[in-house]
Design a protein around this ligand. Structure first.
Ligand SMILES: NC(=O)c1ccc[n+]([C@@H]2O[C@H](COP(=O)([O-])OP(=O)(O)OC[C@H]3O[C@@H](n4cnc5c(N)ncnc54)[C@H](OP(=O)(O)O)[C@@H]3O)[C@@H](O)[C@H]2O)c1
Length: 327
């Protein structure tokens, strides 16, 4: 698979990464540990060199899975992980105090079975800790050799600029896909200006854009999508128009919806590397093959025109989690 550089940082990653969250957090029907490890190792044989995890996925177990899986080829891959929730637990709220970041990094290194983290993100901005202090702490960790690059997740323009003034930010990770394009407005121009890369999460719209979910789909009890307004039965029914558009393009291209959704993202900027998540080998292969699907400028313009007429219904997060996106 082709590589992309995240901004001007010098950090190269496979143009499609693998989001590992769903292997132990967020969605229902999680695989057993040995299957998750096999899946990550299979991804590597398919050319994937960019693996995304976080201390809060599980919590903690996801980093263990990733660490064990990539151990045989550690030097060939980029591990991205995240700190920033109190005790690693999302429900406890944010915590980016310098001492907490240091403690987390030491614990993550152990779980990841490595002595360096390639890309360390702050998972959410902590309104009680200045970004300069967060970036300064990561800068010290870089000087100590424990971390290679700084990233921020869902940060806003001011937070990005403040952190970058202290230590170069390599990547911003935020939600981005055909049904959530907000980063194009304020974030992309700043990333372009500062030479920062972009890592879209939920690039398949948490599965919805693939066309395998409809208004009759029932999620497992522990599946986060039960709480997401955009996944209410009414919203799914209304948002089917976008899936229908994707299906129409996919049919013309002899591709799948997931492949078109990923190819569309790859076509937006050369410094973007999405991290679709899956727990299934056949879907992993399908997603990886999206790197072979290219959309012409005519097709991209047609998509642009068609989606302008589609109103997406429902918030992307439940209200209590939306509040946690401090920018
Ligand atoms: N920074 C943050 O705050 C944040 C937030 C959310 C996610 N993330 C990261 O981003 C990664 C990706 O995001 P995501 O997992 O939320 O959403 P996603 O990649 O948009 O979608 C994942 C969902 O789509 C399904 N899927 C994947 N490929 C498919 C295919 N080809 N056909 C049909 N269904 C398919 C998966 O189910 P199966 O497993 O059944 O295939 C899973 O339910 C995560 O793993 C995580 O690492 C970060």
């Amino acid at each position: 698979m082709k590589q992309r550089q995240l901004g001007t940082s010098g950090l190269n990653v496979s143009e499609l990464g693998l989001g590992c969250m769903g292997m132990s957090f967020g969605y229902g029907n999680q695989p057993i540990k040995s299957d998750a490890i096999k899946l990550i190792q299979h991804a590597h044989t398919q050319g994937v060199t960019f693996f995304d995890t976080a201390e809060c996925y599980g919590p903690f177990t996801n980093e263990e899975i990733v660490g064990e899986a990539v151990k045989p080829f550690r030097e060939q891959v980029v591990i991205a992980t995240k700190f920033g929730f109190k005790n690693g637990v999302v429900e406890q709220g944010v915590d980016s105090r310098p001492a907490s970041i240091r403690k987390m990094v030491d614990a993550s290194l152990k779980r990841l079975k490595t002595d360096y983290i390639d890309l360390l993100y702050q998972h959410r901005v902590d309104p009680d800790v200045p970004m300069e202090e967060v970036a300064g702490t990561v800068k010290d960790l870089v000087q100590e050799g424990k971390v290679k690059h700084l990233g921020l997740s869902e940060a806003g323009v001011d937070a990005i600029r403040s952190a970058h003034s202290v230590f170069p930010v390599t990547a911003i990770q935020s939600e981005y896909s055909l049904w959530w394009r907000e980063p194009e407005q304020d974030i992309f121009p700043v990333l372009e200006e500062l030479g920062i890369g972009f890592v879209p999460f939920s690039p398949l719209g948490k599965g919805f854009l693939t066309g395998t979910i409809d208004n009759k789909t029932e999620f497992a009890d522990d599946d986060f999508r039960n709480l997401v307004p955009r996944f209410s039965v009414e919203a799914r029914q209304a948002n089917q128009a976008l899936v229908d558009l994707l299906t129409q393009i996919a049919t013309q291209k002899e591709a799948t919806n997931a492949q078109v959704a990923l190819a569309w993202i790859l076509a937006q900027k050369p410094w973007i590397a999405p991290i679709p998540g899956t727990t299934k080998t056949h879907r992993l292969e399908e997603n990886v093959a999206a790197a072979q699907v290219s959309l012409t400028s005519t097709e991209l313009a047609m998509i642009e025109k068609a989606i302008a007429d589609i109103d997406i219904v429902g918030d992307r997060y439940p209200a209590h989690l939306q509040k946690r996106i401090n920018r």
